[in-house]
Write a new protein. Structure first.
Length: 303
């Protein structure tokens, strides 16, 4: 059966519509039953093609990553809701958008997946859309109150919220809400989009003694050393005393700009400077900040 849907644009039909083309590599035996949808770009018709997953070619330079956990989430979503979002491909079965969906389909043992062929795009447009398809979705935000209402009602009917994509910590934060501090909430402060600074030489390289002030730390350590305490307690308090060292991050940034590669890498690992937020997340510094935020919330709730 052939199902026609109204076109999404009033452009004239392209000669030799892709709905009439045959002989595409990787098409499954389900081709005769394919349906047509409103097409993208300058074409008036699009055809859903069921193509074998092993005939689809991942984009070698795809910058979007998919962890095993996320692929499992997509697979669970497909199992629950069906394959609602076709994979976007080019004329040679190269994947433009939907790498994660294909991986999830393979995990589920599916032999073919619904695909939409975008053979009207130029090579530059295809490369750009691989990025745009992911980035444009990330630019959206959430109406927190409306999201909480929707999730509350889904929870009330025992719907499995793990299928939606939020992890347990995120769901807990959503249901608990966020405490306001001034005009912004704590969660907004920690989730605000930030841009990595560029460290450039602007003056003389500071001396290491100008990078920090440890006067209070040294005084406290001296008191600890003189105290009549067990050695393990002294060691613990001595380590804790380092928290009183004050860093001059303006001088640290200047010192970093003057330093060699090895020193810069060690400073990054120590979180004295951050030039790569992905590495910062990997090293746990962002997770640490999130943990601090939760502790502050807990303290406020106890008051």
């Amino acid at each position: 059966m052939r199902i026609e849907a109204p076109p999404i644009a009033s452009f004239p039909a392209r000669m030799g519509s892709i709905a009439q083309r045959v002989g595409r590599p990787g098409l499954s035996p389900r081709e005769p039953g394919q349906s047509t949808l409103g097409e993208l770009g300058d074409m008036t018709k699009a055809k859903i093609e069921y193509i074998k997953t092993d005939a689809l070619i991942p984009y070698a330079r795809n910058s979007r990553t998919h962890s095993e956990q996320q692929v499992a989430q997509i697979a669970a979503s497909i199992r629950e809701f069906g394959f609602t979002n076709p994979v976007l491909i080019d004329a040679e079965n190269g994947i433009i958008a939907g790498h994660g969906r294909v991986m999830a389909a393979q995990k589920l043992g599916r032999k073919d997946v619904p695909c939409l062929r975008l053979d009207h795009l130029t090579d530059a447009q295809k490369r750009a859309y691989v990025i745009a398809d992911n980035k444009l979705a990330l630019n959206a935000g959430w109406d927190d109150e409306m999201l909480r209402i929707e999730l509350d009602e889904l929870k009330a009917v025992d719907f499995d919220l793990s299928l939606i994509g939020f992890d347990d910590d995120e769901l807990r934060d959503i249901f608990n809400g966020s405490d306001e501090t001034g005009s912004e909430s704590l969660s907004e402060n920690y989730s605000r989009k930030i841009t990595a600074p560029i460290y450039e030489i602007t003056g003389e390289k500071p001396k290491t003694g100008d990078l920090y002030n440890d006067e209070k730390t040294l005084l406290l350590k001296a008191e600890i050393e003189q105290a009549d305490l067990p050695d393990d307690v002294k060691r613990f308090l001595t380590l804790a005393a380092d928290r009183h060292t004050v860093f001059n991050f303006k001088n640290i940034a200047e010192f970093y700009a003057h330093s060699d590669i090895e020193t810069q890498q060690l400073m990054e690992q120590s979180a004295l400077v951050i030039v790569d937020f992905d590495k910062a997340i990997e090293n746990g510094f962002v997770k640490l900040a999130s943990g601090m935020m939760k502790q502050v919330k807990a303290i406020k709730n106890d008051q």
